[in-house]
Design a binder for this molecule. Sequence first.
Ligand SMILES: [Zn+2]
Length: 87
Amino acid sequence: MNELVGMGEVREISTGDGPKRYDPNTTSAHHHLLCVACGALRDVNPIGAERLGLTEDERHGFDLLDVDIVFRGHCPECAGSGLEASH
Ligand SMILES: [Zn+2]
């Protein structure tokens, strides 16, 4: 399994002292919601994401391997906690 991790075939998930787990979602395109306040992360599958692409010009010669979209914001807990920018 470690060899596969090195090749990016599966994603290793750290679970502290417990047994290693592997994310079965790695092979299908999925993206993330990230709470910028507490760091909560959710897997999401936005509509139309599978059709995302870059034109030849926008690739700038890159050989594309992967795309990972991160939607940033505040999770319900953080949004509802009345936090305001205090600076
Ligand atoms: Zn949060």
